[in-house]
Design a protein around this ligand. Structure first.
Ligand code: 13P
Ligand code: SF4
Length: 366
């Protein structure tokens, strides 16, 4: 569901009175509800969430870790973005209720591929290549896109397992259609040894394949023209200016950054990989990190023995992740307590059946 769709379905909005509450009172009320519900309530928190929210998370992780750790709690209050809550709904039992504390917490990348565009692309690509393509989608996509991929024999991927899933996909078919993040697709395929000239971009606006190759039959990876508006803000100039200032700074970025940025960095990997690398780094080492700002700030505060900065000094947090704040968390918990949950995420069975196939294929590749 796009952010616009979420607003159009008339989701309930948090009453103004929650904005007037003091932090201490809100924290106390959240703690009380957590205590009251115990294991009947699970709060998963993605690493990009604000500190004021993550402090109440029962489990924290990247999108793969969170998908793997869903318990049998009656209520799952998902502190992350819409596609993650949809995944939690699909991987949990029908008796469990998944709640997203603010329905406006979407993902601009996930909104870059809709069903109409995907069906149109598939038709054109089948006409060019026949039955030689397997579709893969980054989990940062709607449940409908996951269902499309599942229906056509493909799988979902996350930034933690993209390499393994692409290797699996090449054993199934000659070509991959990778939705919706061109950068994760390109960086992963390149890491597997696919030359850049064997990759083309699918432009969903023009409904066309963009390549300078004359013989399109040589294309092995078709990259959907989507991107993350947060990670695209890390640039080659950011890297050059840090290197000029201090050659000892090591640069680590998320693979949603462009190929050029990944190429010039020292390390690239998922959110979990970035956290693990900094945790294992020696005291006194210097780092510039190219990923979401809430996480970078948290890493800075937990590693006072290292010199850590954001790769882009003017970086902002992911605005949609930031929609989930303490007032929204409290409101959603109090609605559950009152027996009137709001922001309930329910993927229709007609979509779930095929989307689960794509998710299961990914989870079985681990
Ligand atoms: P991870 O898969 O690393 O959790 O990333 C999710 C995301 O939204 C990155 O922008
Ligand atoms: Fe989506 Fe980018 Fe925000 Fe991740 S950081 S949720 S990909 S907009």
């Amino acid at each position: 569901m796009s952010i616009l769709d979420a607003l159009l379905v008339g989701s309930a909005m948090m009453p103004e009175r929650y904005k007037q509450l003091g932090v201490e009172e809100m924290e106390r009320r959240v703690r009380d509800i957590k205590l009251k519900f115990g294991s009947r309530l699970l709060i998963p928190g993605h690493h990009y969430q604000k500190d004021e929210v993550i402090q109440f998370a029962d489990i924290t992780g990247d999108s793969l870790q969170l998908a793997q750790q869903i318990t049998d709690a009656e209520y799952i209050v998902f502190c992350g973005v819409h596609f993650m809550a949809e995944t939690a709904d699909m991987l949990s039992a029908p008796s469990q209720t998944v709640v997203l504390p603010d329905m406006r917490a979407g993902c601009s990348m996930a909104d870059m591929a809709n069903m109409q565009q995907t069906e149109a692309a598939w038709e054109r690509l089948q006409a060019i290549y026949g039955d030689t393509i397997i579709p893969l989608t980054y989990v940062n996509s709607s449940a409908e896109i996951k269902a499309f991929v599942g229906r056509h024999g493909g799988a979902t991927v996350t930034s933690s397992n993209a390499k393994g899933v692409l290797e699996w996909a090449f054993k199934q078919k000659e070509r991959i259609l990778f939705l919706p993040d061109q950068h994760l697709g390109r960086n992963t395929a390149y890491e597997l040894g696919i030359p850049l000239h064997d990759m083309a971009v699918w432009d969903p606006e023009g409904n066309e394949l963009v390549t300078d190759r004359e013989n399109v039959q040589g294309i092995q990876v078709i990259l959907w023209k989507g991107h993350c508006s947060v990670h695209e803000k890390f640039t080659v100039d950011n890297i050059r200016s840090i290197r000029e200032r201090d050659s000892e700074v090591q640069i680590i970025v998320h693979p949603e950054c462009s190929r050029e940025v990944v190429e010039l960095s020292d390390y690239a990997g998922s959110t979990k990989y970035i956290i693990d690398t900094i945790n294992a780094a020696a005291s006194g080492t210097k780092w510039a990190i190219g990923t979401e700002m809430n996480l970078v700030n948290r890493i800075i505060h937990t590693h006072s023995d290292k010199q850590i900065e954001s790769l882009n000094p003017h970086m902002c947090p992911c605005l949609t992740m930031n929609r989930i704040d303490l007032p929204h968390l409290l409101w959603s918990l109090e609605q559950i307590e009152a027996g009137k949950p709001v922001g309930v995420i329910t993927v229709p069975d007609s979509i779930k059946v095929d989307a689960i196939k794509a998710l299961d294929r990914m989870l079985n590749i681990q």
